[in-house]
Design a protein around this ligand. Sequence first.
Ligand code: ZN
Length: 133
Amino acid sequence: MKPTHIEHIGIAVKSLDDAIPYYEKVLGLECYAVEEVKDQKVKTAFFKVGQTKIELLESTDPEGPIGKFLEKKGEGIHHIAFAVPDVDKALKDAEANGVKLIDQQGRKGAEGLNIGFLHPKTTFGVLTELCSE
Ligand code: ZN
């Protein structure tokens, strides 16, 4: 596996409506997309910083992954996503190196990307997402 760049940083927030003005007015970034990802039970808002995006994640269900994260840890950085040429291959490479996978193979994420997650227990506490176009 050889990531080309950090595709995005996922940040859990209680409310997109509350958080978006900080990114727009204070940091001067533009929210260019808001999208609901139903199977992840989240609403996402995207900003671009150079080649990297900020993905704000608001929970739409307290039992969903972001709902549980907010309950346990509060707002903050939720995951880091690396862009890789081929998610399925990168997941296999990671597994072969002893990393526990959350996704055995790539699935569809926000923005139509192919994504897969590595378990934070085996990535030094960082929930790691791999994604490709
Ligand atoms: Zn993500």
